[in-house]
Design a protein around this ligand. Structure first.
Ligand SMILES: [Zn+2]
Ligand SMILES: [Zn+2]
Length: 158
């Protein structure tokens, strides 16, 4: 979603939009380490936007469904992603921007594209260490049985 900065005022504007799952998944495919995680649906964004002078304030929540592989039992499962965010977006002054300004982003011109900001939040909310359930019993190291759904066969050998 692109907003025109001159249209924003100090009055808080509610925004709701979606970013397509395909866009996020393409970004994950392009970077290593996300082989086991995919967005199962669009990333939903609920936020508030307002402007003070030339600074744009954008806060809200991203949410969506993610399909992951449990690192303990190796089964696929779907979990609800949710993350709150808060940005202050200031005009780029041109030249070198200090990269390490925590929570400060930049825009240039009159158009501000919110998509890269919220997609980044969606990716930051991913957690490859998440288990399918707190009580996941995992796989037996001996026979490889998924102990959530079947019994260990080790004792029955011999
Ligand atoms: Zn599991
Ligand atoms: Zn076993």
């Amino acid at each position: 979603m692109i907003v025109r900065v001159p249209d924003l005022t100090e009055e808080v504007r509610e925004v709701e939009f979606r970013e397509p799952a395909a866009l996020l998944n393409a970004r994950m495919d392009a970077s290593p380490g996300w082989d086991d995680e995919h967005f199962d649906g669009d990333l939903e964004v609920h936020g508030q936007l307002y402007r003070t002078e030339s600074d744009v304030h954008f806060s809200g929540t991203v949410s969506g469904q993610v399909r992951s592989v449990c690192p303990r039992c190796l089964e696929e499962f779907v979990w609800p992603l949710r993350r709150d965010f808060r940005f202050v977006i200031v005009p780029a002054r041109g030249g070198a921007e200090p990269e390490d300004d925590e929570g400060i982003d930049h825009y240039s011109g009159d158009d501000l594209d919110l998509a890269p900001l919220v997609c980044e939040q969606g990716l930051l909310a991913l957690d490859p260490s998440l288990l399918c359930s707190e009580s996941c019993r995992g796989l037996c190291a001996g026979c490889g049985a998924n102990l959530n759904v079947e019994e260990c066969r080790c004792a029955k050998r011999r």
